[in-house]
Design a protein around this ligand. Structure first.
Ligand code: UD1
Length: 391
């Protein structure tokens, strides 16, 4: 049986220890920072755990990284590996080499990785080869699309993890089907939602709407960066058509991810977007401004994973510009719908929402702000001083 930890204190009392558990938490890319922040906070409060943060440097721009540390009150990294951008193979290899060096001098009882980015699989692989158990937060999510680099990272990380912390029940089925032993799976809730709930009130005080000249519920917030949507000319053109379709109906705020900006520029499409007066191009926004923007939008159009979950909790309709999702609970219970890559479907779905026929949803089970406490409680129950993997 998998364990469902509704009581964060469940495992605190296990295994008396003399030394605190040495927990190395890894973050590398923008969507990782809001996931490790509450885990590090929960670890700080737990006497049996001593946690450190390693930043791989996969994302390095001020607006993709440093800003998040400031806004989330995230502790400065104990180590910064500075790997930067490269092809997937070289980037993953560089993270592995640097993280191996880090573990040479800083032994760990458990290495905790989050999400599905290249830093996730790279550090998990290094740890498991050193017989250090891996904890994977957000395990078991599957899009079924192996052309997504994140899907490969998820599949492989889950195969080598010892602790699989899941956000929704569909993940358990996926993991069991792939041969993961049920006792390794822990249904704990969603750490990204821990962060959202903690920062929601603060975000509401940000003047971003006034700065952009927007009224609440009278605009769409949009993020697009998947390689499949922006890396190839035909896909990038289709993405721009989708934006234009939306912008005919209401103003669209578009904070541009660096890869999207670079690809649109490369394909000669950036000027077309820039000259559309209903599209408000922005630099990547910080966590609080983007949260404020999402919370008051009429709808959100995205190809991101995490934003599907955040809009579900905010109760804001989300149109996902993809053919699949690894987060089905956002559709079955939340406010998310897949609109595929067809601008006509976006038009229809937008018209429905603007006519008041909104998707209403409910907050999924255990997305209650306590996921990090549950994770730390499970890990604190592990005997310290030994990195050996239980067989
Ligand atoms: C990565 C994750 C993706 C996540 C996304 C969020 C993988 C496989 N993908 O994609 O799951 O949703 O982050 O942002 O790990 N760049 C900068 N500055 C930065 C970071 C990146 O300019 O600080 C540019 C570089 O041109 C780089 C490109 O973005 O080549 C891609 O960056 P990378 O981290 O490799 O992947 P993302 O596309 O950001």
């Amino acid at each position: 049986m998998l364990s469902t930890l509704t009581d964060a204190t469940t495992e605190h009392s296990m295994a008396p220890r003399s030394m605190p558990l040495s927990l190395v938490c890894v973050a590398g890319a923008r969507p990782n920072f809001m996931k490790v922040a509450p885990i590090l906070e929960a670890a700080k409060r737990h006497p049996a755990v001593r946690a450190v943060l390693v930043h791989t440097g996969q994302h390095y721009d001020e607006k993709m990284s440093a800003l998040f540390f400031d806004e989330l009150g995230l502790q400065q990294p104990n180590a910064y590996l500075g790997v930067g951008s490269d092809t997937h193979g070289r980037q993953t290899a560089r993270i592995m080499e640097a993280f191996d060096g880090y573990l040479d001098s800083s032994p760990a009882d458990v290495v905790l990785v989050v999400g599905d980015v290249n830093s996730t699989i790279a550090c998990a692989l290094v740890a498991v080869k050193r017989l250090v158990p891996v904890a994977h937060v957000e395990a078991g999510l599957r899009s079924g699309d192996r052309t997504m680099p994140e899907e490969i990272n998820r599949l492989l990380t889950d195969q080598i993890a010892e602790y699989l912390f899941i956000t929704e029940r569909s993940a358990e089925k996926n993991l069991v089907r792939e041969g993961v032993a049920p006792h390794k799976i822990h249904f704990v809730g969603n750490v990204m939602i821990d962060t959202l709930l903690r920062h929601r009130d603060l975000a509401a005080t940000r003047p971003i709407l006034t700065q952009l000249g927007l009224a609440p519920r009278a605009y769409a917030a949009c993020t697009l960066h998947r390689p499949s949507n922006v890396d190839v000319m035909s896909a990038a053109e289709n993405t721009v058509r989708a934006l234009e379709t939306l912008a005919k109906r209401l103003p669209v705020v578009l904070p541009l991810h660096p890869r999207t900006r670079a690809r649109l520029e490369h394909f000669g499409l950036l000027e077309r977007v820039r000259s559309n007066s209903s599209i408000l191009l922005q630099e990547p926004l910080g966590y609080l401004d983007f949260l404020a923007l999402m919370a008051q939008a009429a709808l959100v159009l995205t190809d991101s994973g995490g934003i599907q979950e955040e809009t579900t909790v905010l109760g804001v309709p989300c149109l996902t510009f993809r053919e699949n999702t690894e987060r089905p609970v956002t559709i079955t219970e939340g406010t998310n719908q897949l609109v595929g890559l067809d601008p006509a479907r976006i038009a229809d779905a937008t018209d429905e929402i603007l006519a008041g026929r909104c998707l209403t949803g409910r907050v999924p089970e255990l997305w209650d702000g306590l996921a990090s406490e549950r994770i730390v409680a499970v890990l604190a129950g592990r005997p310290s001083g030994s990195g050996a993997v239980r067989q």
